[in-house]
Ligand binder design. Structure first.
Ligand code: UD1
Length: 419
């Protein structure tokens, strides 16, 4: 199994190109199932989760044509509306095909996702939403089956118990082909939801309010083709912002979207970093001064993203004073803290709170990644640590970061993938 070797202690300088957002690309891929016409997607990141979703679409019956800067998807003819266990078990976001398949085919059969390293992640809100659109939901031998009424899904009112990102995306897609109006209340406001809505609107959907808590959808009889570029990855952007700061370097992030990372920019500045946004697609981060402690509470957008929590914890180990993390989105999302402790960090955990006392000297050792963002946290800690850090289980990183080792090498990191 591949590992990453990192020799720490080198400040990073230079430019990092930001890739398309994995979490915006996944629902965009699912949306291609809503039409028999061609949907062309640009800026799809070349990461494992995107390849898994593409395989899932091909299993269902889509034809996929790749070219150097885009990919075309055509879902026509007989579709087999099933997401099998083998694919869903490696990627929970496979449940994003439930809504589009129920809307387009009147039927969807999706394996239940298994356990996950960041707590139990149910899909009950996706299912309750589909019921509100008239679907009957059955559970059968580990699979969820959604069956639309004879004439197809019907518009309805959905109120999410709490904002759910993929839940909102799933129901948004289902509602585009439902008869009549649907209202999604307490919807997620993440930029990825807005990007999906923009793609669906290009395909002919009638959607208002994406990016706010109330989204209204007027169902249409059918959707058509579109050409769409995925938004830049705000979590990858935030990860390289921390890389600049934790290594004591100076990085320019190209092709980013500063407005999507405002909560991260604010916290970086509170920690004493110099962050500038010279234009609409560039962010510079420099760290010439000692870092100071900062507190972070994760929240739904526009709050501080839970997907940046682990990376920030690595940064906090290098800040003078006591920093607190309050994780409010997921339970059990502190696995990386135990690995950071093994590198010398002073962290105590109390339920959904973590307390980090800094600045501590980190020393390189063997560490094990438990999920995607935890892996990124360990790479960042490795950049700041003395000696060699070996990150095991890097398949987690390969699920979501495009060419991570190459991008870090290009700005001066001593990092390499080892078989
Ligand atoms: C998405 C992101 C993930 C990010 C998360 C929160 C993708 C592919 N993944 O995950 O990277 O960490 O948003 O920003 O976009 N919940 C329920 N029932 C449900 C659905 C969710 O109880 O039916 C709970 C979850 O357990 C969690 C909270 O709601 O506590 C928010 O989760 P959600 O926004 O749904 O996360 P994902 O969409 O799975």
């Amino acid at each position: 199994m591949q590992k990453l070797h990192i020799e720490g202690g080198r400040p990073l300088f230079g430019h990092v190109p930001i890739s398309g957002a994995k979490n915006a690309a996944l629902p965009a891929l699912a949306a291609t199932l809503l039409t028999a016409d061609t949907v062309r997607l640009r800026r799809l990141p070349n990461v494992v989760d995107i390849r898994t979703m593409t395989t899932l679409l091909q299993n269902i019956g889509s034809a996929v044509k790749r070219s150097p800067d885009s990919c075309e998807f055509v879902a026509k003819g007989d579709l087999d509306p099933v997401a099998p266990y083998d694919l869903v078990k490696t990627m929970r976001a496979s449940s994003l095909v439930l809504g589009p398949l129920a809307g387009r085919c009147g039927r969807a059969r999706v394996s239940l996702p298994g356990g996950c390293a960041i707590g139990s992640r149910p899909i009950d809100m996706h299912l309750a939403g589909l019921r509100s659109l008239g679907a009957t939901i059955r559970q059968d031998r580990g699979y969820i089956e959604a069956l639309a009424p004879r004439g197809g899904l019907v518009g309805g009112r959905i109120h999410f118990r709490r904002p759910t990102v993929t839940g909102t995306e799933d129901l948004l897609m289902a509602a585009t082909l439902a008869k009549g109006e649907s209202v999604l209340g307490n919807a997620a406001r993440e930029p990825e939801v807005v990007d999906l809505a923009n793609l669906l609107i290009k395909m002919g959907a009638r959607i208002r309010g994406a990016g706010t808590s109330t989204i209204r959808v007027e169902g249409v009889a059918e959707l058509g083709g579109a050409d769409h570029a995925i938004i830049p990855d705000r979590i990858e952007t935030g990860t390289y912002m921390v890389a600049a700061a934790i290594s004591g370097g100076d990085l320019t992030l190209d092709g980013a979207q500063p407005e999507h990372v405002q909560p991260v920019i604010r916290k970086m500045r509170s920690a004493g970093c110099e962050v500038e946004t010279p234009d609409a697609t560039t962010i510079t981060v420099a760290n010439g001064r000692p870092l100071i402690s900062v507190d972070v509470t994760t929240r739904e957008h526009p709050g501080f993203p839970t997907d940046m929590q682990a990376q920030f914890m690595a940064l906090m180990t290098q800040c003078e004073g006591e920093s607190t993390v309050h994780e409010t989105v997921f339970e059990n999302r502190f696995m990386h803290a135990l690995e950071l402790q093994r590198m010398g960090a002073a962290i105590t955990i109390d339920g959904s709170f973590a307390n980090v006392r800094g600045k501590t000297r980190l020393s390189g050792t063997d560490v094990m990644a438990s999920d995607l963002r935890a892996s990124a946290c360990l790479v960042l800690a490795g950049l700041a640590a003395e000696g060699r850090t070996v990150v095991h289980r890097i398949y987690h990183l390969q699920r979501g970061y495009e060419r991570l080792a190459d991008k870090l090498q290009a700005v001066g990191a001593n990092i390499r993938v080892v078989d």
